[in-house]
Design a protein around this ligand. Sequence first.
Ligand code: ADP
Ligand code: MG
Length: 246
Amino acid sequence: MTQILLENVEKRFGKLTVLHDINLNIEDGQFCVFLGPSGCGKSTLLRMIAGIEEITEGDIRIGGEVMNDVPPAERRVAMVFQNYALYPHMSVYENMAFGLKQAKTPKADIEKRVNEAARMLQIEPLLDRRPKQLSGGQRQRVAIGRAIVRQPAVFLFDEPLSNLDAALRVHMRSEIANLHRDYPEASMIYVTHDQTEAMALADKIVLLRAGPDVTKKGSIAQVGAPLELYHRPANLFAAGFLGSPS
Ligand code: ADP
Ligand code: MG
């Protein structure tokens, strides 16, 4: 069981409160999208779940266990970043294998997992290349492959497609939907500011809003299924945000 629970979570950077009163329940196998305008705290919330950003107040539980002080490597989560974050001096194969080597996974097991993921993502012919020899879409596939090989219980995506051109973005969006289908037990949390992407991918959308000025805290405006938010926005913010073009 890998249900994720956030209880009264607050995040402050010095005197600045960026997230306030976050209560959230993400069920096993759910595709949850954090949607909201730039600066509302989406990435910060995701990074707290990943364990690469500290929680100021409140608790995060994964599978019932409080994770506040558990290091990222022990959380069974894998994160895919907007800028891919690949190691430039390593081949595609080495990039995908790196985390497993660190975790002392047996070599045969590493080979099997990397080759399987590469086949699935159709990047097998690229395994010997360096990241700079790849297109944006290929780099993002490698970044997704690096997450898959870790066999995480939770996939975390931070605007993974926002550096790609429009056509490729639509294509990669369906690949991410396929990934969800291929790993039905894994939970997915996907950050975006693009409501079309959110509507296409989400089982559940968590709509976040920033405060009225930079000194005010971000909070949850509404949680629900895509059509629920679309047809029954809970407040003016939700109605305005979902009605506006991205
Ligand atoms: P989003 O991903 O929704 O665009 P972020 O989570 O990146 O928003 O940022 C939320 C707020 O927190 C912003 O006001 C941002 O400037 C602030 N913030 C993020 N990281 C830091 C940091 N390390 N130090 C200080 N402020 C930060
Ligand atoms: Mg962000």
